[in-house]
Design a binder for this molecule. Structure first.
Ligand SMILES: [Fe+2]
Ligand SMILES: [Fe+2]
Length: 163
């Protein structure tokens, strides 16, 4: 039996993942318009992934026969100073998502909700990877400096496959 509080938190997470998808979509568009093709590619993929997370949460709620409600979301930021800012904002956002996932996990464990605990493991692992990727890119950009930023952007694009 899933606790009502876990159901409430999972529904809030649906909105948060959806908001994340939009945040990354706005970054992708900004990057593409400004000629940062690698970053754009990375962020389009990121937006798709967050949408996948949202859908995963919806499916779980449906599988356990609990109500799903889709909430509205805030407008994302649409303009950035440079790609360093894009990834700094992304890391900060991922840290917020991690805290939110950990909070649901804590509640699921506290209420002996084995199904939710097992389900949430994917998200715990996913957040480790997300934070690590953002950290890596932040270092990449920092080490590149303004001269090699073009190459850093290319490498960021290559992280999600293809040329
Ligand atoms: Fe996510
Ligand atoms: Fe994420």
């Amino acid at each position: 039996m899933v606790s009502k509080n876990v159901v409430k938190l999972l529904n809030e997470q649906v909105a948060l993942e959806s908001e994340s998808s939009n945040i990354y979509l706005a970054m992708a568009v900004w990057a593409e318009v400004n000629g940062w093709r690698g970053t754009a590619k990375f962020m389009y993929k990121q937006a798709e992934e967050e949408r996948g997370h949202m859908q995963k949460l919806i499916s779980f709620l449906m599988d356990i026969g609990e109500p799903v409600s889709i909430a509205g979301m805030k407008d994302p930021v649409n303009s950035f100073k440079d790609i360093a800012e894009v990834f700094a904002v992304s890391l900060k956002h991922e840290l917020k998502l991690t805290a939110s996932i950990h909070n649901i996990m804590t509640e699921a464990r506290r209420t002996n909700d084995y199904a939710a605990t097992s389900f949430l493991k994917f998200f715990v692992d996913e957040q480790v990877e997300e934070e690590s990727n953002m950290e890596k890119i932040i270092h990449l950009i920092k080490n590149a400096g303004p001269i090699s930023l073009y190459l850093a952007d290319k490498e960021i694009g290559a992280m999600v496959g293809g040329a």
